[in-house]
Write a protein that binds this ligand. Structure first.
Ligand SMILES: Cc1ncc(COP(=O)(O)O)c(C=O)c1O
Length: 362
């Protein structure tokens, strides 16, 4: 079967509402809403009072639009299918001078947010002079040929890195860009820059209309030093035990004899593996069975071997993630970013169960 992903919907909504802190939020729902499930997450965020969404794919934008006709949907990647942008009434990033000059005529009437490259520099304008060039160029056009410049944004690449000083630098560059624009009379209806870590560090910046949050809405700490109680994880990942075996000392188990106990040992074979999205680095640590931590000893495509004691039975469940075995705990242990662990989960092979909800989302 390959594991069961359980999400407590009430807790998911509670965690999202708490993470938003009463501010306007654009919820980042790319990659199947960090694999919580796009439809599930969007509906739950709406209940938590969040009505704006950001993603990178047309497919996800379409599915969000089907759920909520009035949602502000912000597309973080440069896009080229202008018919779909109009049909879905999307807000899009304006990523560069080159893009603008190439598509300026086609962009008429479309909501754009000017993107500042900053230190992250995946995309965006270099500085305020480039933006002012565009703003002036637009002002010279007849109104019906102009884009709607409704927002400005950037992304901080260092907000999650507490020990690096670059966050202060990128934040300073962003503030001076906004000051330059404002001093020339350019202000924007929608201003968004902060991810979960930046919000946790600084609160909502003055003059900013929205946060653009991902991981904190999903109940994980963007960095480990934060209070766990403020970020409650609604997701649990567990697997059934398919067999319990006794292994003689030095007898090898698994591919290439990956596990060979020093002394006679009892093992539980769990019905989940890397094919279901368990990262190999995650399998270097414990799982929980009947409330107790046990070491994972070997990871295969569809199975996992756990060294157990006599108390474990075939009826027990193997917990890989829960609020007691938090994703962010393993991020701190070097398994991979929160989003990396979530993104790896195999949406096809894992059975999904939504708790505290009448509707079951496939
Ligand atoms: C452009 C952009 N903004 C915001 C976020 C949300 O970041 P976080 O999940 O750290 O809150 C992401 C996530 O990757 C992103 O790519």
């Amino acid at each position: 079967m390959g594991g069961i992903l359980t999400i407590d919907r009430e807790q998911f909504i509670k965690s999202a509402r708490h993470a938003a802190g009463g501010k306007n939020v654009i919820a980042v729902v790319k990659n199947n809403a960090y694999n919580y499930g796009l439809e599930f997450a969007v509906r739950s965020f709406l209940e938590a009072g969040i009505h704006s969404f950001a993603t990178t794919s047309f497919d996800e934008a379409r599915r969000i639009r089907n759920i909520h006709n009035d949602a502000m949907i912000f597309m973080m990647n440069p896009l080229y299918d202008f018919d779909s942008i109009r049909a879905l009434n999307l807000h899009i990033t304006l990523p560069s001078l080159e893009y603008y000059y190439e598509y300026q005529n086609t962009l008429a009437g479309i909501n754009v947010h000017l993107e500042y490259a900053g230190l992250f520099n995946r995309s965006g304008f270099e500085d305020s002079d480039e933006m002012i060039e565009i703003l002036r160029h637009q002002a010279d056009k007849p109104p019906d040929e102009r884009m709607r410049i409704s927002g400005i944004w950037t992304h901080f690449g260092y907000a999650d890195e507490l020990e690096m000083e670059e966050y202060e630098i990128e934040r300073g560059l962003w503030f001076s860009l906004l000051d330059n624009l404002s001093s020339q009379g350019y202000d924007f209806d929608i201003v968004h820059a902060q991810n979960s870590a930046s919000f946790a560090r600084d609160g909502l910046f003055e003059g900013h209309t929205h946060l653009r949050l991902g991981i904190s809405l999903y109940g994980s700490r963007p960095y480990f030093e934060l209070e766990a109680a403020d970020y409650v994880q609604s997701l649990e990942l567990k697997a059934e035990i398919v067999q319990i075996r006794c292994i003689k000392a030095k007898r090898k188990v698994g591919y290439g004899g990956s596990y060979a106990p020093e002394k006679d040992s009892r093992i539980a074979v769990a019905d989940i593996g890397y094919g279901d999205g368990i990262l190999r680095k995650r399998a270097a640590f414990d799982c929980i069975i009947a409330g107790k931590r046990y070491p994972i000893k070997s990871l295969m495509m569809s199975h996992m071997i756990v060294e157990v004691d006599d108390s474990v039975t075939l009826d027990d469940e193997v917990i890989i993630y829960s609020n007691r075995m938090r994703i962010d705990e393993f991020t701190n242990k070097g398994v991979g970013a929160n989003s990396e662990q979530l993104g790896a989960l195999n949406y096809q092979s894992l059975k999904r169960v939504i708790l505290n909800d009448a509707e079951v989302f496939g």
